[in-house]
Design a protein around this ligand. Structure first.
Ligand code: SF4
Length: 338
């Protein structure tokens, strides 16, 4: 009786209904009620017979993420702390930049990769999120904000490409016209560069945007600060990124500027050399400091100097305005503590 029907993908619902000797298309109707109409009571599913609604109520429950806490900033950023069915905690962040409404969602409870400069890495890894838990962050935030999200970034807690099968399930829910109805063109997956996951994404039907968290242009330095780089060499990452740009969408390289580590003019020039002839964008992000970590953001002049050198390159360069860092909602600051 205590089975959460929301855990099933559209295919699984259709199969489940077939097994229960209920017409397959009813699975589609229930999916639409759950995800597009955000219904929490089977009795409200008015295009199902009363008998079926009662049957479903007897077998299943409809359970969502529980909002434990939300805090906001004066510029409208909101950080949500969600409790999952097993009481694990995750966070997502809503970033309003009119006309865009972006939500940054988590794909894992914690993160196994332990990048030295990232607070999420400090809490270790607990488990992968299921597809519906990933999508539900968007649905619940929309409900709370009272408006539909225009953009989704998979850039919260965890490495999305280490949970790629569930990420694909979430993408089905998010992009479906009877689900959350958000276009693939407005979805970005951010990865630290997982070769196997990049290959799977490249060979999948999905044409979402891909952002690679590059941060260091030298393989050995990258390995030092991002241990995942040991098994995922930069050379292969760049090769796959190039294929992705050619076959799907132009890749963005994210470069988090950290004082004294990667913010020198020479680092900027090496970055230009590394990406020479490579159709891609560069997104600079000033490091978001975290009390338990020893790293610092560069001086503003340093960032401008770095940016100016890149402006002379062939790549479009943006400097991402860090929003939400005062409530520890910035990139690399999510630790899901109550
Ligand atoms: S930067 Fe991303 S991949 Fe690295 S530890 Fe943090 S969440 Fe994980």
């Amino acid at each position: 009786m205590d089975i959460n029907i929301k855990q099933y993908s559209l295919n699984e619902l259709e199969e489940l209904f077939k097994k229960l000797n209920i017409e397959k298309y009813r699975g589609r109707q229930v999916f639409q009620w759950l995800w597009q109409k955000n219904t929490r009571d089977f009795m409200e599913m008015t295009n199902l017979s009363i008998a079926l609604r009662k049957n479903l109520s007897a077998r299943y429950v409809i359970r969502d993420l529980r909002l434990l806490k939300n805090i906001g900033t004066s510029d409208g950023v909101q950080k949500f702390l969600w409790e999952l069915e097993d009481r694990d905690l995750i966070e997502s962040v809503f970033i309003p930049e009119p006309p865009r409404r972006t939500i940054c969602v988590s794909t894992q409870v914690g993160c196994p990769l332990g990048c030295l400069f990232c607070a999420t890495g400090l809490i270790g890894f607990k488990r992968n999120l299921k597809g519906f838990e990933i999508a539900a962050q968007i649905q619940r935030a929309q409900e709370f904000i009272g408006e539909k999200m225009t953009n989704i970034v998979f850039m919260g807690m965890g490495e999305p490409l280490l949970n790629i099968e569930n990420l694909f399930v979430a993408l089905e829910i998010v992009t479906s016209s009877i689900g959350l109805g958000i276009s693939q063109r407005h979805i970005t997956i951010s990865t630290s560069g997982i070769i196997e996951g990049m290959e799977k994404l490249l060979n999948s039907k999905w044409k979402v945007k891909l952002a690679i968290s590059l941060n260091f242009v030298d393989q050995a330095v990258r390995e030092k600060y991002m241990p995942v780089a040991k098994n995922n060499p930069l050379k292969e990452i760049l090769h796959l990124a190039r294929l992705y740009s050619e076959k799907k969408e132009m890749v963005t390289f994210e470069y988090v500027l950290i004082r004294g580590l990667n913010d020198k003019p020479d680092d900027a020039r090496r970055l230009i050399r590394l990406l020479k002839g490579f159709p891609s964008k560069i997104n600079l992000i000033s490091y978001n400091e975290y009390p338990e970590l020893p790293y610092q953001a560069p001086e503003p002049e340093r960032i401008l100097e770095f940016q100016k050198i890149l402006f002379d390159s062939e790549h479009p360069v943006t400097l991402r305005k860090s929003k939400g860092k005062e409530i520890l909602a910035g990139c690399g600051q999510l630790v899901a503590r109550p």
